[in-house]
Ligand binder design. Structure first.
Ligand SMILES: [Zn+2]
Length: 301
């Protein structure tokens, strides 16, 4: 697949810009458009701008589905190019979009992170958020959107339904992405499972994941994502034999074939494993023990 594919029309109003991370342009009335996510950086912002020119659309709003750097990194460029743009995002996530250093900070236990974790992959440029939005209907620029609560991959997250097209963002990953990254990033695993059911029940005829190719219908992509979560949960549970969180991650990495050769990827996986441990603890399947300065996890008796 070309890295810089032209905009791909998914439905009457929805165009996808696919690549390492996907974004979408939704055509409204009177030549106006809403942008759903803006990619990693200014380069992705420029791609969106070129696509808007091709489609003869003027953007009036950005809706950021969540606060991960690769989904709002193009905001800074776009709000400079189009000063009237209004930015919408879910609560909580909005705070991180305004103060993006929070992402590498939370991934490094709240402390000042190593410099390798402050690159554009984990820390985007700050962006204003003008309005915080919850699940429900939203009309902007002549675009009618149904915002679905798909929190879980991020603490707060929205997927966007326009007609029968679902811009799912990272509520689901494309099958090829799951093969490459078999441990899908998640911050709240219970909610992430529920989000899969929201995607399944949305009645979408086409689904655009945050990473990977758009797919027809939701059944296949939801099944693939649910299976990935189940495999990950089993691997984490199996690793809980008086093991520290880092030891759990090492075993999960071994079992699932994770590639962790840089500090960013390691800490993303550590965050996800921690989310599984909280979920397993909440559902009574693991307990922890704190002794001699060591926090270890074991299966519940
Ligand atoms: Zn994400």
């Amino acid at each position: 697949m070309a890295k810089h594919a032209p905009p791909l029309q998914l439905s009457e109003r929805v165009y996808a810009l696919t690549g390492p991370v996907n974004s979408a342009i939704v055509a409204g009335d009177g030549g106006r458009a809403v942008l759903v996510d803006t990619g990693q950086d200014a380069d992705h912002g420029r791609r969106i701008r070129r696509a808007l020119e091709e489609l003869e659309l003027t953007p009036v709003a950005i809706l950021n589905t969540h606060s991960h750097a690769d989904h709002f990194g193009g905001n800074d460029y776009l709000v400079r190019q189009f000063p009237d743009l209004k930015v919408y995002a879910p609560p909580f996530e909005a705070a991180i979009i305004r103060s993006p250093y929070l992402e590498p900070v939370y991934l490094f236990h709240g402390a000042k992170p190593p410099v390798e974790m402050t690159g554009k992959w984990l820390q985007a440029k700050p962006s204003p958020v003008h309005e915080e939005v919850e699940a429900g209907t939203l009309e902007v620029g002549g675009v009618q959107m149904r915002l679905l609560d798909t929190s879980g991959h991020a603490h707060r997250m929205l997927s966007v339904m326009v007609g029968d097209a679902l811009i799912a963002s990272d509520a689901v990953f494309g099958p090829a992405t799951l093969e490459r990254y078999p441990l899908p990033f998640g911050q709240d695993i219970g909610n992430q499972k529920a989000a899969h059911q929201v995607v399944a029940g949305a009645g979408a005829s086409v689904v655009l994941p945050g990473h990977g190719e758009p797919v027809d219908g939701s059944e296949g992509i939801v099944a693939a994502n649910a299976a990935a979560i189940e495999r990950a949960e089993d691997a984490v549970l199996d690793a809980c034999e008086d093991a520290s969180t880092e030891e759990v991650l090492a075993q999960v990495g071994d079992v699932m074939g994770l590639v962790m050769e840089d500090l960013a990827r390691y800490h993303l996986n550590l965050c996800t494993v921690s989310a599984y441990l909280t979920h397993l603890r909440e559902t009574g399947r693991v307990s922890e023990s704190l002794s001699a300065g060591r926090l270890t996890w074991r299966r519940a008796a």
